[in-house]
Design a protein around this ligand. Structure first.
Ligand SMILES: [Zn+2]
Length: 440
């Protein structure tokens, strides 16, 4: 079957169409070949899918005659806007306890690094996570995953990193796998045993890295796709981070790096040197580092919720990244310390009002860019033939509402893999019934 705009994406599935959404006012494909501008916007659109993947995304009036399954799920969008399902490129989803009191202290002026030095911060969540039962960890991860889905996230990267023992790191990744099986969200697991040198190894950093390399990685790598390290002041040095990522790569893991959040600590250059799939945070990044990231094809994952909530007034230098041609992605950084939030909608808004992105850049970063940051470019994060049929029907007529209509859940219907209603609390489909031509 040859369709307009079939492009160079994954092959289109051969089966009959079993999902059809018509009557879309504004269809954002995030594929510039399929519509107007960088977001590939189509006015008056339709999306058809078979076996979970998009067969057609484009103008409804140009939709070819498609082979329809007898039990096709056909819905009218009532003229509302449709965007690809959000991809959250960076979360720390598996943890126990909370740090609401530290948040309140920060509002009174106690700094993040100060709290860390006083035994709070990551170390505190490590203690809580180690003390939690398997069931508590699993349920906590699943609850956050379901909340993310309700806000339109259909793919989500999630890290371990609050266990920091062989047993607890593995347990965290197992809890994540357990939760992923029970959620419609596609989870991308990352091993972050290098989140911090745990307290008990404070005087023996190399001892911890030996443990990580020779015991943790063999136990955890089979449960992860990526390895990550927190390369920053108060966490790991550049050399320590390099050792961890290289060891992870030897276990077949892709590499990511928490880089340059608290200072110009060399993390961005390291991410480029190692060809990491992403460098995350980047609150400090100069022209040379940005050019290196672009040349390496490393995606910049911006976490505007974290920089906003840390109240330093600093955001990632978007113009520097833009000028260098670095691909931008967004994530929530969902974690108990610096940004407890599962909503990519809020991240899009913050990326615009606090981070200096345009609404178009922010939405692209929350979909196609984030997909690239988790090794799924072209497969999710866009509505193009061959890509996963993951989409969000917005309670609004324009994608601009994501930045403009603040603090409400605009995800009226969330579709994952061409299936509606698999998302708890995602809302009720509108206008179920007649296919194209008879839409509301
Ligand atoms: Zn993080």
């Amino acid at each position: 079957m040859s369709l307009p705009g079939a492009g160079t994406g994954p092959p289109v599935p051969p089966g009959p169409v079993d999902f059809l959404l018509f009557g879309i006012g504004q269809l954002v494909t995030c594929d510039p070949e399929l519509g107007e501008g960088p977001l590939g916007v189509v006015e008056g659109g339709a999306v058809a899918a078979a076996d979970g993947r998009v067969v057609y995304a484009g103008p409804e009036r140009q939709m070819p005659d498609l082979d329809m399954a007898d039990d096709v799920d056909a819905f009218g969008a009532g003229g509302q806007a449709v965007v690809p399902g959000f991809v959250d490129a960076h979360t720390h989803l598996v943890f126990a306890g909370d740090r609401a009191d530290e948040f309140a202290a920060r509002l009174r002026g106690v700094g993040y690094e100060e709290a860390l030095a006083a035994g709070g911060g990551i170390n505190r969540t490590v203690r809580d996570t180690r003390a939690a039962s398997d069931n508590e960890l699993r349920r906590a991860a699943l609850g956050r995953l379901r909340l993310a889905a309700r806000y339109g996230t259909t793919t989500l990267e999630a890290k371990s990193g609050y266990g920091l023992t062989v047993e607890d790191e593995r347990r965290s990744l197992e809890a994540l796998a357990w939760a992923a099986e029970r959620s419609v969200v596609e989870v991308v697991p990352t091993f972050l045993g290098a989140h911090l040198i745990p307290e008990e190894f404070a005087g023996d950093r190399d001892g911890y890295l030996d443990l990580l390399e020779h015991e943790m990685l063999p136990a955890c790598a089979p449960l992860a796709e990526f390895v990550d390290a927190f390369c920053d002041r108060g966490a790991l040095t550049v050399d320590e981070s390099r050792r961890v990522l290289e060891a992870g790569a030897r276990h077949g893991l892709g590499t990511k790096l928490h880089a340059n959040e608290l200072g110009s600590t060399g993390g961005a250059a390291l991410a480029a040197e190692l060809g990491c799939v992403s460098a995350d945070h980047l609150l400090f990044c100069d022209e040379r580092e940005a050019r290196a990231l672009a040349a390496a094809g490393t995606v910049a994952v911006l976490l505007p919720g974290t920089s906003f909530l840390l109240r330093t007034g600093r955001a990632a230098p978007v113009q520097v990244l833009r000028d260098a041609g670095v691909t931008l992605a967004l994530g929530t950084d969902c974690n108990p310390g610096t940004c407890y939030c599962e909503s990519m909608q809020l991240m899009i808004a913050l990326a615009c009002v606090h981070g200096g992105l345009t609404p178009e850049e922010a939405l692209l970063a929350a979909t196609d860019g984030a997909a690239r940051a988790v090794g799924r470019g072209g497969r999710v994060g866009r509505l193009a033939p061959g890509a996963a049929c993951d989409l969000v029907l917005l309670a609004g007529r324009s994608y601009l509402d994501l930045a403009y209509h603040l603090g409400v859940n605009l995800a009226q219907v969330v579709v994952k893999g061409g299936r509606v209603g698999g998302v708890e609390g995602a809302g009720v489909p509108v206008g179920r019934g007649a296919p194209a031509g008879g839409g509301p």
